[in-house]
Design a protein around this ligand. Structure first.
Ligand SMILES: Cc1cc2nc3c(=O)[nH]c(=O)nc-3n(C[C@H](O)[C@H](O)[C@H](O)COP(=O)(O)OP(=O)(O)OC[C@H]3O[C@@H](n4cnc5c(N)ncnc54)[C@H](O)[C@@H]3O)c2cc1C
Length: 410
């Protein structure tokens, strides 16, 4: 096969299946850290399957990626779920908007598992109105200076880099004065990271970051200066796709691996629990609905993914799959809680036990908030897919500094 020919999906699937069977550990085997698992994939040419070869990827397509992770699911093998944000959202955003220099600088280490990335979008004053960011980016000769703070950043305490949305022009209208820049999070003067506890109280995956005049190279800018909103839109699109389990973030079926929030298996476990408690009469119907949803949600994802490939669906359909999958996940856990009864709310120790219904219920709340709340997804679906009237935006064409002054007067 010469470099111009693309290996067929079926040939690739067969090759991948053999390697997976031989080299990829099972979920029941000893846990392999995300970075090590990613490195294993990279060393065998299976990291960044749909990323160009020039940046360390396999130079194939999203269909090849899906085939690989479907095989891994079928064989019940570990996949680097801890890397979903880097591989599914931030890498593709750099691929879409980064300069050649930025792509060569950032993508190979990301695909190799050397660097983990996080998104630095939300700020203490609000996340839905992301375009209202007030973290300041100022050009100073050959560098940029970053000042402000971000919060709810998942995994920032472990990450090496973040993509940060900041205000670079205060006199431009809100959406036109933003820039996106890569921020190294380790060993850089002026950065403080404080971990925050999640609702279950058992994990501290979130952080708030404080940037005190942090100096950054201009080469770290992703996209053009003041065009950060376009980059953020792309990032959100990849995020919705990843949460909806399509696109670059597809790492196999979600009812495998440690976070078994929904899918056929949790429904079957709920069934067993309800039987044990003789509670089938009250929760049987909900279990059946959960099961049906667990079959339908992946089918919707598959349909949207196929539509993205052939051009019948736009990336905005990711809002639908994100909405559906998070609603389904919560419904599944709600059903499980009803099926398990009091047993479901007892857990032990400091570790989150994903098999414990109580902690899973608490953790599942975040799904309808992260990556844009479900209200925001419904806004997108109504405005962008169904063509309903857009929400009024009186601040759209006003210089951002005036929006802030007006808000203070109010
Ligand atoms: C599990 C989890 C992981 C996260 N990870 C990250 C991360 O890695 N990086 C990051 O930057 N952020 C992250 N976030 C933050 C997340 O993006 C924000 O919480 C989210 O965008 C909502 O912002 P907010 O919490 O400030 O709520 P607000 O924006 O203050 O909204 C409050 C309520 O008002 C509703 N609302 C607001 N505006 C509208 C509107 N126009 N129409 C209808 N309803 C509206 C919202 O739906 C919500 O119910 C994460 C959050 C969670 C829960």
């Amino acid at each position: 096969m010469n470099a111009q020919e693309t290996e067929s999906v079926e040939a690739f699937r067969a090759r991948a299946a053999r390697w997976i069977e031989r080299d990829l550990p099972r979920w029941n085997d000893e846990h392999v850290e995300t970075r090590d698992l990613q490195r294993l994939l990279f060393d065998h040419g299976f990291a960044g399957i749909a990323f160009p070869r020039a940046y360390g990827g396999a130079g194939l397509t999203l269909d090849h990626q899906k085939a690989f992770y479907d095989e891994a699911t079928a064989q019940d093998r570990q996949v680097p779920t801890g890397n979903r944000v880097s591989i599914g959202m931030l890498g593709p955003t750099i691929l879409d908007h980064g300069s050649e220099d930025a792509q060569l600088r950032f993508l190979p280490p990301l695909l190799r598992g050397d660097t983990l990335w996080v998104q630095l979008l939300s700020e203490p004053q609000g996340g839905s109105d992301m375009a209202g960011a007030t973290t300041r980016l100022t050009r100073d000769g050959d560098t940029y200076v970053l000042h402000g703070s971000k919060m709810w950043s998942s995994g920032a305490h472990e990450a090496d880099f973040g993509l940060c949305l900041c205000r670079s022009d205060w006199d431009a209208p809100k959406h036109r004065g933003l820039s996106m820049i890569a921020v190294p999070l380790k060993g850089v003067p002026g950065i403080t990271i404080q971990q925050t506890r999640s609702a279950s109280g058992l994990t501290s995956d979130f952080s708030e970051e404080f940037f005190d005049n942090v100096v950054l190279p201009i080469e770290y800018l992703i996209g053009e200066e003041n065009d950060g909103w376009a980059v953020a839109q792309t990032l959100l699109l990849h995020e919705r796709n990843t949460v909806g389990n399509i696109g670059y973030g597809y790492l196999g079926r979600r009812d495998r691996g440690p976070k078994r929030m929904f899918g056929g298996e949790p429904a079957m476990r709920s069934l067993a629990a309800a039987r044990r408690r003789s509670a089938l009469d009250s929760v049987g119907e909900a279990i059946v609905e959960t099961y049906i949803e667990s079959v339908v949600a992946p089918l919707t994802s598959t349909r949207v993914m196929a539509g993205l490939r052939v051009g019948t669906h736009s990336g905005r359909w990711g809002s639908l799959t994100k909405l559906q999958s998070t609603v389904a996940a919560q419904a599944s856990v709600r059903t499980a809680l009803a099926a398990w009864g009091a047993d479901g709310v007892i857990w032990d120790g400091e570790e989150v036990q994903y098999d414990n219904v109580g902690t899973t219920w608490l953790e599942s709340r975040g799904g309808t908030i992260s990556g844009g709340t479900n209200e925001m997804q419904r806004n997108i679906i109504s405005e962008r897919l169904l063509g309903l009237p857009r929400e009024s935006a009186p601040d759209r064409d006003v210089p951002f500094s005036e929006v802030l002054r007006n808000a203070r007067r109010v």
